[in-house]
Each structure stands twice: as C-alpha cells, then as structure tokens.
Design a protein around this ligand. Structure first.
Ligand code: FAD
Length: 106
C-alpha cells in the first residue's frame, strides 16, 4: 500500500506549487482546468480515507479558483484542516506565498 506520509508530503508540495504558479487572473479555461483537476484529484488520491475526508471538505468549503491568492488560501485552509485532524501544528496562512512561491526571508 502507498506510504501515506511520503505520498502526503509530496502531494502537498505538488498542490501548493500548482497554487504558487496559478495565474493571478486566470482565464475561463484555466479555472475550468483547476476545477476539473481538483475534482478528479479528490477521487483518485490513492489514500482512500484521505480522499473521502477531502471530498467532504470540498463540499462544505467550496474550492476557490478566481486567482492565485484565492486558491492558495483555500488550499492552505484545507491543509490546515488535515493538520488539525492529525494533531499537527497549524500553518499561518499569511505565510503561504513566502513558503511556496517567493521563498522564506529570514
Ligand atoms: P505535510 O503536512 O505533508 O506538509 C508539508 C509541508 O507543507 C510542511 O513541511 C510545511 O512546510 C508546509 N505546510 C504545512 N501546513 C501547511 C498549510 N496549511 N499550508 C501551506 N503549507 C503548509 N494523512 C493521514 O494520515 N490521514 C489523512 O486523512 C490525510 N489526508 C490527506 C489529504 C490530502 C488531500 C493530502 C494531500 C494528504 C493527506 N494526508 C493524510 C497526509 C498528511 O497531510 C501529511 O502529508 C503527512 O502526514 C506528512 O506530513 P508532513 O509532516 O511531512 O507535512
């Protein structure tokens, strides 16, 4: 069976990196692509309990595809929901772009 931890870490990297490179002003086709990708992703993610909970989450907190900031924040909140469920530290979503797009400044 898949290694749920390693799969998860790699998947969050992919998802946050997609958010980081998503346009600020996406075209209709880019929005459709993101909606389609996330809907399919939530059904195909090969950790079935994870996928089920994530589908439920997407039903109560509707995916935001209007732009990079909107999607990035939505994804950060979704990731925090999983962090809470697993007893991990919540991430400060105001630092989302610093972590995934522009790089930490310290
Ligand atoms: P991860 O949570 O993988 O995070 C990777 C990095 O992202 C962190 O080091 C941090 O720098 C950054 N980060 C952390 N939080 C945020 C945030 N909110 N926003 C932006 N960046 C952040 N595991 C289970 O055991 N049960 C589940 O039900 C489950 N559901 C999952 C659902 C999805 C959609 C995904 C992608 C993963 C799921 N996982 C689940 C896996 C779990 O979320 C972790 O990926 C895994 O436990 C490894 O954790 P990690 O400590 O490496 O950090």
């Amino acid at each position: 069976p898949p290694d749920v931890e390693r799969l998860g870490n790699s998947t969050w990297t992919l998802l946050h990196t997609i958010a980081a490179t998503y346009p600020e002003k996406p075209t209709g086709m880019q929005k459709d692509d993101l909606r389609g990708f996330m809907a399919t992703f939530s059904r195909l993610y090969p950790c079935w309990v994870c996928a089920e909970d994530f589908q439920d989450y997407m039903k109560k907190d509707k995916l935001k595809v209007e732009g990079r900031k909107e999607f990035g924040n939505w994804l950060c909140e979704a990731h925090n929901e999983v962090n809470r469920k697993l007893g991990k530290k919540e991430f400060d979503c105001s630092k989302w772009e610093e972590r995934w797009r522009t790089g930490w400044k310290d």
